[in-house]
Design a binder for this molecule. Structure first.
Ligand code: PBG
Length: 366
């Protein structure tokens, strides 16, 4: 039986009038909305999205996005010359590890099911060229060897490749006499460090310095040294971000002068991120990364829609600190926000997420 539909004005085909929904066109809402029109509209309401939200079981069934521990990577800090793990004040729950506590934390994270670990090392002595970064008996090499021995067969060991933790000036490259970051001289250092990290057992090298040509320089050096099967996860779209603040305490790598804006990306730009990503793929990147994550979901989404290799996103120190601080004040439900932010990053298109909550979330999802 043809139903009268006062919302449509009666001039639409039968199927369309049956499915017409209130609210779609204000112009069609008649003055007597609370009368017969309302009844007619709800009778006609065939499409009801709430059906799929009614119970937890249905919501779980139709979930489009899930967090899997195997896609999470835990960043770890190791510091030379300390006897006890040192808390990082701006990142409650995160510590600078001793070699021994690093092994334990790694074993725990891997047992919980995380997909990988990424190591940052802090040497006792820094110099202008960051010599400790590729010192075969330095803290970075020793800790990578420890990780390799402890969990190397069960997880992916990634080595962050940058100079800022190792240079006395705190910049991510070597400097010209004028105090500028010297791109091409830095590439030579990156090449040497990549080979040292591979020799120490890293499965994946992750260059984070945002020098032009860094992926090609590292790929070439790895291949020439016989490490053709070691992969590169490029921090391709790494923004000059205020969200790195707490990390610089954890890794003791704040620049002593200036900032990183001449090499890290400018926050207003998204085309530039795509350009950097495509260049890195061309240069041999196996995985590309966007960093930070939450403030750059659009960039993650755009890149994931464009490229056909894994896209990683780094939920950085400031993202972690904001949630921990608000939760400590009782202002946010910590666990809920952790899952919501990770889900957002995953939904945006990242298939790998670096997060300081990796082990905890992996335990939680067990
Ligand atoms: C540089 C590096 C940084 C981070 C990872 N690698 C800091 C920076 O660029 O200043 C930031 C990570 C974080 O904030 O959690 N080696």
């Amino acid at each position: 039986m043809k139903r009268e539909n006062q919302l449509s004005g009666g001039d639409l085909p039968e199927q369309a009038t049956d499915q017409a929904r209130p609210g779609h066109s204000d112009a069609q809402v008649p003055a007597d909305w609370n009368g017969g029109a309302r009844r007619a509209a709800t009778e006609a309401l065939v499409v009801r999205p709430r059906r799929l939200r009614r119970t937890a079981a249905i919501r779980r069934l139709v979930a489009e996005t899930a967090i899997r521990p195997a896609e999470l990577v835990l960043p770890l800090f190791v510091k030379e010359g300390i006897d006890e793990p040192q808390p990082v004040a701006s990142m409650p729950g995160v510590v600078q590890h001793t070699r021994e506590s690093l092994r334990k934390a790694a074993a725990d994270a891997v047992a919980a099911g995380v997909g990988g670990l990424i190591l940052f090392a802090i040497p006792a002595v820094k110099d202008e060229r960051g010599s400790a970064a590729d010192d075969a008996v330095g803290i970075a090499a020793l800790a990578l060897e420890d990780l390799s021995a402890e969990v190397g067969g069960d997880t992916v060991i990634m080595a962050d490749l940058c100079l800022c933790e190792y240079t006395d000036h705190g910049h991510c490259g070597v400097l010209t006499p004028d105090g500028e970051v010297d791109n091409d001289a830095t590439l030579e250092r990156y090449a040497e460090i990549a080979v040292a990290q591979a020799a120490a057992g890293a499965h994946v090298i992750a260059p984070s310095g945002m020098m032009d040509g860094q992926v090609r320089a590292i790929r070439t050096a790895l291949d020439a040294a016989g490490y053709g099967s070691v992969a590169i996860c490029a921090y391709s779209a790494k923004y000059a971000s205020g969200f790195y603040g707490p990390f610089r305490e954890a890794a003791e790598c704040a620049p002593k002068f200036g900032d990183r804006a001449s090499y890290q990306q400018s926050p207003p730009n998204s085309n530039e991120a795509l350009r950097e990503v495509l260049l890195d793929i061309d240069e041999g990147a196996d995985i590309v990364m966007v960093k930070p994550a939450l403030a750059y979901l659009d960039v993650i989404g755009r890149i994931a829609a464009t490229v056909n290799l894994p896209v990683a996103a780094y939920q950085v120190s400031g993202e972690y600190a904001m949630v921990e601080a608000a939760a400590a004040n009782g202002w946010l439900d910590r666990d809920r926000i952790i899952m919501e932010t990770l889900t957002a990053i995953r939904r945006a298109g990242a298939s790998i997420i670096l997060t300081y909550w990796a082990a905890e979330v992996a335990h939680l999802l067990g």
